[in-house]
Design a protein. Structure first.
Length: 106
């Protein structure tokens, strides 16, 4: 199956839903600040769901804490990969070399 893309896919189906008018108006204001219409935002959500193979965000009782824990776990994993990549003393890069590499002067 070819990659689905909401931008260039033919738009021949319709979708209808009931929503509280105040919530819809507030969501439209939020989307408008991002340069999106309500329809654009829904299509963006659908595309991101397809890309992610599920919901494009976490749904938990405390998403902020869950995202923080996920980020810490990923960071620790990357740090460990860096440590594991060092085989000899010459594999280490000094802080000065790293800063210089990124154009930062100490």
């Amino acid at each position: 199956m070819s990659q689905l893309n909401v931008v260039n896919a033919p738009k021949t189906a319709t979708f209808q839903m009931r929503i509280n008018p105040e919530i819809k108006n507030e969501a439209e204001r939020v989307f408008s600040r991002c340069g999106l219409s309500f329809t654009d935002a829904v299509n963006l959500f659908l595309q991101q769901s397809i890309n992610a193979g599920g919901l494009p965000f976490l749904i938990t009782g405390d998403s902020k804490e869950a995202l923080r824990n996920q980020a810490i776990t990923m960071l620790m994993s990357e740090i460990q990969k860096g440590r594991d990549s060092v085989r000899t003393e010459s594999d280490w890069v000094s802080e000065e070399e790293m800063l210089s590499h990124f154009g930062v002067t100490p």
